[in-house]
Ligand binder design. Structure first.
Ligand code: PMT
Length: 394
């Protein structure tokens, strides 16, 4: 079912545009709220009033002239899924090239929603290597392609290229909806590296960008969780996330410990300084005063603090290692976590700052699972899939 889900239906200029009217009706029957975006040539085949009457809202047909000054970004953010049916060779080509010259392609490019494409065209066009290459490019980008069928085409022709049955397209839209398996779950995530001040100018810090933690927060909120992100960075995740901005380990500890008791799951991905200067100079330390001696004292162990809470959340810790990940198992036991995510920060494409990461999961019983190099978003998805499975088993 599609209760409460938002679908943008893109209609392009082909005879099969009339079937998009029925598709809109079926999506609404299944519970979705549908907004339609039509290209200029789609308007030659079906009137916008027809879609307006079915969906209850006028279709968007241009960047300009409507009440919204930026309809493509508004709809792009609103959509859970964008489906283009029928999709002409021209629109497919623009999408493959990232060419946002019309409001429909711009809506897709301005969105993080899953995209379903249902091509429809004459067999000769479909068979063209350029068209096939563009379809394959979209597939490689992660777009869902609903293959056209073999059957009667416009102008009395017959063969492959006919728009797939609207019920089949509606099923593909349903499959594309993000899972809401984390609805009702309260989650706290930490991200970024703490900064421990030496004086008003200098601090002890590290290279964490906050990308790993932001991805973990983003995926959780997409799957329906209520998310608090305690972060030191300005890396802003998409979605309705409560952001708690902190700078030092002490501030992060306070923010996490005061909220973790009410959380179901805590994922501590931040790179927290283990030591801080015992004194912060009130004024800038002058070079002329000679080499300063800075005494360090330990910071609070935030992870350990959460693990010792009487009513503790399901706890996921990270381990930043250099070289072998074998010592991570000791960390998992010492910190008493339910799951440890270890990464080798010295490895190409892993750890600090990159968009990718290669991690090892260490489980409570000491067993491990190595994941290949993948985007931090995909690592986040793997973490949540594993957390959900482990919670269900416990
Ligand atoms: O932010 P990015 O640029 O995307 O990089 C991601 C990352 C490399 C920072 C991330 O993947 C990662 O490894 N985070 C943990 C970094 C770290 O501090 O690891 P650690 O092995 O020193 O600490 C182990 C665990 O204890 C971590 O969960 C850490 O958050 C926690 N800790 C550490 C010290 C401290 N005083 N309190 C803590 O809670």
């Amino acid at each position: 079912m599609a209760e409460g889900r938002h679908v943008v239906l893109g209609v392009t200029g082909g005879v099969a545009a009339y079937k998009a009217v029925y598709l809109a009706r079926r999506l609404i029957d299944r519970g979705a709220t549908v907004r339609v975006v039509m290209t200029e040539s789609a308007l030659e085949f079906v009137g916008s009033a027809t879609f307006g009457a079915i969906t209850g809202t006028d279709p968007v047909t241009s960047f300009f002239g409507g009440e919204d000054v930026s309809p493509h970004t508004t709809l792009g953010r609103w959509a859970d899924v964008i489906v283009i049916a029928p999709a002409t060779a021209s629109t497919i080509s623009k999408l493959a090239a990232g060419q946002s010259s019309d409001v429909l392609v711009a809506t897709v490019l301005a969105s993080r929603a899953r995209v379903v494409i249902a091509p429809a065209m004459h067999t000769e066009m479909l068979d063209q290597p350029a068209v096939q290459k563009n379809i394959e490019t979209l597939r490689a980008y992660g777009y869902e392609i609903v293959d056209p069928e073999d059957g009667p085409l416009a102008g009395g022709d017959e063969g492959p290229g006919r728009l797939a049955d609207p019920e089949v397209i509606a099923d593909a839209v349903r499959e594309a909806f993000p899972r809401l398996d984390m609805a009702g779950l309260r989650v706290i995530v930490t991200a970024g590296g703490t900064r421990e001040p030496i004086d008003p100018v200098r601090y002890i810090g590290n290279r964490s960008s906050g990308k790993m933690g932001a991805s973990i927060a983003e995926v959780a909120v997409e799957r329906g969780a209520e998310v608090v992100l305690v972060t030191t960075t300005t890396q802003t995740p998409v979605g309705s996330i409560e952001i708690v901005q902190v700078e030092t380990a002490d501030e992060m500890a306070e923010a996490v410990w005061s909220r973790a008791g009410a959380a179901d799951v805590a994922v501590l991905a931040a790179a927290v300084a283990d030591f801080r200067p015992d004194q912060v100079h009130r004024t800038k330390i002058r070079r002329t005063a000679g080499v300063p001696e800075i005494r360090l004292v330990p910071t609070p162990d935030i992870l350990k603090g959460v693990s010792e809470m009487t009513s503790r959340p399901f706890l996921v810790g990270f381990a930043a290692e250099t070289g072998s990940l074998d010592t991570a198992s000791e960390k998992a036991t010492a910190k008493d976590v339910d799951l440890l995510v270890a990464n080798d920060i010295a490895k190409e494409g892993s750890g600090f700052g990159s968009d990718t990461n290669e991690v090892r999961f260490v489980f409570r019983d000491g067993s491990t699972r190595d994941l290949p190099l993948m985007s931090k978003r995909d690592v986040a998805t793997q973490i949540w899939d594993t957390v959900m499975t482990l919670r269900a088993e416990s």
